[in-house]
Design a protein around this ligand. Structure first.
Ligand code: PLP
Length: 345
């Protein structure tokens, strides 16, 4: 290499998307193809892609504002919620600053922090769940952002309302708390809070959501942030690349918001399958914490790679984290059956 890229980027471990196999249970995607109404809207949108997208995302913003009872100035978008997170890092962090996360959590967090050069403090999970007291203790004068992934990827576990509220009450006002709710639609436990609810009245909290999981639009890349304080959304809008969300993505997202009932049926199926898969895996002797998302986690520790190989031998791709465990996405009932049978359950 003759050009002189930043050392930290040259040394960065690149994000590895799940490899391929006939049954893909590696990336927490929705196993169903897009709804016919969404495909139709996408086909119509294709006719106008000689034009730049609506940079203000007027229709999509209006649809979300109506859904959540928020104002347009409280919303910001990005090309997937991972990119919104990167926009947050650019808006809030310099190389002198620190970001606190629970760990193990979403693999993209180290990447987005590293890209701005911020130091990442990784606070170990306790019982596979965010240890909010330990995360609070990790906050210093240098901390600008704390990320709470709820439910947590890859363990599926969730913090409860009372502990989250206590945590938010204790976090210093100048520190931004990002509640990453990529799997929020799959929560059924009433004690697991809706981030938008606990965010109200707090000037240092924002919620990240995405169309990639429950809405089944992973291939289109649309994510968004909602904050009570419009100042947070405002700076995150400023760090968005112009026209980052394509016309097709905007139109598909609006069409998906109109098809809430059909999408809810798919979420209900995933939730029912999650319960069935969890029970069967536990009966087969696998340690599986209660999941609040569209995947389950086997705390397999030193048996992780062996389990991943057994799945691969049966044409099934899970997401192993060597030494920790393996995350398996809830697929269609037939895919889940294939997975259970591969693991002898
Ligand atoms: C899948 C996922 C996202 C969503 O990413 P997109 O960029 O919106 O596709 C965000 N956070 C977590 C924790 C995820 O698992």
């Amino acid at each position: 290499m003759t050009t002189r890229a930043r050392r930290s980027i040259v040394d960065l471990t690149a994000y590895k998307p799940g490899a391929s196999a006939p049954i893909k249970l590696a990336s927490n995607e929705n196993p169903h193809p897009p709804l016919p109404s969404v495909v139709e809207a996408i086909a119509e949108a294709a006719a106008v892609i000689n034009r730049y997208p609506d940079n203000g995302m007027t229709e999509l913003t209006a649809a979300l504002c109506e859904k959540y009872g928020v104002r347009p100035e409280q919303v910001a978008f990005g090309c997937g919620s991972v990119t919104v997170l990167e926009q947050i890092m650019q808006a809030y962090c310099t190389p002198d600053d620190e970001v606190v996360v629970g760990w193990r959590s979403f693999e993209a967090y180290p990447l987005v922090a590293e890209v701005v050069g911020a130091h990442l403090a990784m606070v170990p999970l306790r019982d596979e769940t965010h240890d909010l007291d330990a995360m609070l203790a990790q906050i210093t004068d240098k901390t600008r952002v704390v990320i709470v992934c709820n439910p947590n990827n890859p363990t599926g576990t969730a913090v409860r309302r009372a502990e989250l509220v206590r945590f938010l009450d204790a976090v210093p006002d100048g520190v931004l708390v990002v509640l990453d709710e990529a799997y929020g639609e799959y929560i059924t436990d009433p004690d697991v809070p809706d981030g938008l609810e606990v965010m109200r009245g707090r000037d240092n909290v924002c919620v990240l959501r995405t169309f990639s999981k429950a809405y089944g639009l992973a291939g289109l890349r649309v994510g968004y942030l909602i904050s009570d304080d419009p100042a947070i959304a405002a700076v995150v809008r400023k760090t968005m690349m112009p026209f980052a969300v394509s016309t097709i993505a905007q139109i598909a997202a609006v069409a998906s918001l109109r098809a809430v009932d059909e999408l809810q049926q798919r979420v209900d199926e995933a939730v029912a399958e999650r319960a069935r898969v969890t029970e069967r895996l536990r009966a087969g002797g696998y340690p599986v914490p209660d999941s609040h998302a569209n995947f389950v986690w086997i705390s397999a520790r030193e048996k992780t790679d062996e389990i991943a190989q057994r799945l691969m031998d049966n044409g099934i791709m899970g997401r192993p984290f060597t030494g920790d465990g393996i995350r398996i996405t809830i697929g269609t009932p037939a895919e889940n059956d294939a997975m259970l049978s591969a693991l002898g359950c």
